[in-house]
Design a protein around this ligand. Sequence first.
Ligand SMILES: Nc1ncnc2c1ncn2[C@@H]1O[C@H](COP(=O)(O)OP(=O)(O)OP(=O)(O)O)[C@@H](O)[C@H]1O
Length: 261
Amino acid sequence: MVSLAAEAVSVIRSERLLLDGVSFATGDTGSIAIIGPNGAGKSTLLKVLAGLEPPTEGAVTLDRKSLADLPAAHRAQAIGYVPQHFNPHWDIRVRDLMRIALERARLPNILSALDRSLSEHDLEAFRDRWWSTLSGGERSRVLLAMVVATDPPILLADEPSASLDPRCRLDLIARIANHGQTGVCVVVMHDIDLAFRYFDRIVMMNGGRIVADGSADSLFEPSLLDDMFGVRFARSQQDDLRFISAGWPIEGDSDGNEKPG
Ligand SMILES: Nc1ncnc2c1ncn2[C@@H]1O[C@H](COP(=O)(O)OP(=O)(O)OP(=O)(O)O)[C@@H](O)[C@H]1O
């Protein structure tokens, strides 16, 4: 079991403060959704946790060892990262893309791991397809299959369901959240409904900071979430299932007082 932590991390790029003293730690297991408005710093935090963006201040540790000092293969085995966008510079077949990812993590039995992952994700038909010929949703599914093929204890995913139809979105998010039973998953997402339905823990970000971090149950109530997005969410709960959907924008006057809808 491994755990990942950011300790007082700040990121400055082009004189802009993207992350402002963020501290965050996973446990050994658990599903974590990072939510927040556009530009809040969610993707930046995920890239910092993946070791792809060096922090300007603070540190990222994997099992209390500095991530920056770990060999690349060790990092690739421990942390799987599903990017928001992936554009290879030249066209490549799905099987070759997955093979490269598996080789990078230096896993044995690459071909059987590749076939097992394609089969588990119902993607056998895409094995020999060229990346350029896949739809947006198919690319998202292949990217996830590629990353989990290495069986990383920590799975980081940046808006993995953005281009998926409703059925594929449910399948993919449930599959990722399920990773939190045996390992850790940290997912940046705008699907607030799925975040509260499938994830144990919600991290809310705004303005480069974590403004709330707690169980999905504890953050389901209105004040913080509605104020952060400027949206009145409609909520209901059936047994242990939480349903939430964006209702209508909160219209305020120039002093920020809400007008009755
Ligand atoms: N290299 C950079 N230089 C300057 N500003 C940057 C750089 N990278 C990101 N930003 C800015 O930092 C802020 C945070 O970006 P980030 O992608 O982390 O936000 P996000 O919460 O993931 O947003 P979204 O929900 O829109 O994807 C944004 O305002 C973005 O424009």
